[in-house]
Design a binder for this molecule. Sequence first.
Ligand code: ADP
Ligand code: SF4
Ligand code: MG
Length: 339
Amino acid sequence: MSAPALDRPESGIDDRVALDVADLTVELRTPSGTVRAVDHVSFRARRGETLALLGESGCGKSMTAQALVGLLDPIAAIKEGSITLDEVDLVTAKESTRRELAGTQLAIVFQDALTALNPVYTVGTQLAEPFRIHRKMSKKEARHEAIELMRHVGIPEPESRVDSYPHQFSGGMRQRLLIAMAVALSPKVLLADEPTTALDVTVQAQIMALLHRLRTEHDMAVVLITHDLALVAEQADRVAIMYAGNVVETGPVAEVFGNPRHPYTKGLLDSVPVSTERGADLKSIDGTPPDLHSIPAGCVYQARCPLARARCVSERPVLSGTGPNRQAACHFSEEIDNV
Ligand SMILES: Nc1ncnc2c1ncn2[C@@H]1O[C@H](COP(=O)(O)OP(=O)(O)O)[C@@H](O)[C@H]1O
Ligand code: SF4
Ligand SMILES: [Mg+2]
């Protein structure tokens, strides 16, 4: 089964597309058999825009990100699909080409800055590394770039802090350091996997503002990976909603949230408070996502869906157009207002 191509422009080439992921499928070898953690996931990220990958914990967001940057766990492997960056498919490219492209054009910021930074090297040494490896700079030049980078991401007194170790920075400052490393070589695409989940609300807002500024200055595409619907509403231009390894709905954030076309999206929206409706009843979605070992043959959402019926059990819906630039994977999208 293969989902139709996503978001293709009506005609011509969209040269703002920086990353084109099509039918990405990742399987995991577990003691009790092979499971599919990412199933024909497709999305496109454009320069100057933020695309959110939104979904509950365990739906395959991080696995998707790890597949993109070539950091999958040894028990996981890409089984199908393409990851096109700079007209090169990273899945089939030579390892040296993939490394060079993924190392310079595609950067990732993880949730946990402390484990992502090496505790035994100064931040200056770590920030200088991309310049040493990819730009072949001398130690002195690279150190200068590291200091400038620290300044660029808002770290005070970079000349004296460049020789400090990661544990000597606060959580928010460490996240700034990770972001600095990520944007060092001006990548076209920045993946941010739950970049603010470990931070308090004020620092979260500062980090999101920083990402927004850098996105504009570097004309990057940002892929914001999160379980936080409010963050998506505030920060993203487009959203791809994931459930059990599948993208179930995608489109511009305002349209998808204003007029959802998939019962899961509707369920998610009904389960968060709307500021103008304080005190209104919140409905949580009954049940839990399926275990990866027992993903049903038909629709992945069938066990929790109020609209489910025989066709949903026998036939997997594919993403298909529900409006301009919008897709949902549901046989009965048009009945959503009855949910
Ligand atoms: N090393 C692993 N071994 C077995 N299962 C894993 C491993 N890593 C992830 N998984 C499973 O793969 C699925 C997707 O995980 P992940 O991509 O981390 O989800 P998310 O980032 O959306 O929370 C989950 O069901 C998770 O339990
Ligand atoms: S295909 Fe069926 S089970 Fe799946 S979301 Fe649509 S109505 Fe619900
Ligand atoms: Mg994750």
